[in-house]
Design a protein around this ligand. Structure first.
Ligand SMILES: [Zn+2]
Length: 163
C-alpha cells in the first residue's frame, strides 16, 4: 500500500491533475477494505465512482506542488494505514473542490466551496473552515455526508448566479 501510493505521488504533475486524480480513485478502489474502516460507507461508495472527467479539478486554494511532497514525506516517515486512507481521501476532496468567489457568511475566514448532497439533488455551499452549510444563500443544517459538486452542478450553479 505504501509503495503504491508513493509511486502515484511520484508521478504527480500539476499539469495533468486528471491522470493523478484517476490514479487516486483506482487506489481507493483497490484498497476498498482498508478505506471502509475509516471513511463512511456512503461517501466511500460515491468516491469510488468519481472520474476526473466529471469534475473541475484544481479549483481550490490548495497548492498541490507543496502538498504532495509533504504527503510523500509523511508516508516515508511511516504513516499508518488509517492516515494514508485519510490523506488520500482528503486529497481527492481538495482536488475536486470548487471554491466560489464568495466569502463564508459565517466566519468570513474562507471562501465557500460548492458541494452536493449524496443523491446529487441539492447543491450546498460549504465552508472548510467553520463547516457552515448553506442552500440558496441561507444556513441549512445538513446531517448527511456531502460530496464535491461535479462539473454539471458547478456549471448550472454558475449559470444561475449570472442570469
Ligand atoms: Zn466559514
Amino acid at each position: 500500500m505504501n509503495e503504491e501510493i508513493l509511486n502515484i505521488y511520484e508521478n504527480f504533475q500539476n499539469e495533468s491533475l486528471s491522470i493523478f486524480f484517476d490514479d487516486l480513485i483506482s487506489f481507493i478502489n483497490k484498497y476498498h477494505l482498508e478505506f471502509s474502516k475509516y471513511i463512511s460507507g456512503e461517501y466511500l461508495e460515491s468516491m469510488e465512482k468519481f472520474e476526473a472527467k466529471n469534475f473541475i479539478l484544481g479549483h481550490s486554494d490548495d497548492n498541490f506542488e507543496v502538498a504532495i511532497p509533504y504527503y510523500k514525506d509523511l508516508i516515508e516517515q511511516g504513516l499508518d494505514k488509517e492516515n494514508i486512507c485519510r490523506q488520500v481521501s482528503s486529497l481527492v476532496w481538495d482536488l475536486s473542490g470548487y471554491l466560489l468567489d464568495k466569502i463564508c457568511p459565517n466566519c468570513h475566514d474562507s471562501n465557500l466551496r460548492l458541494t452536493s448532497s449524496i443523491d446529487k439533488k441539492q447543491i450546498i455551499t460549504f465552508c472548510d473552515e467553520c463547516l457552515y452549510t448553506g442552500i440558496d444563500g441561507k444556513f441549512v443544517e445538513i446531517d448527511e455526508e456531502i460530496l464535491p459538486a461535479n462539473k454539471n452542478q458547478v456549471n448550472s450553479y454558475l449559470k444561475q448566479q449570472y442570469m
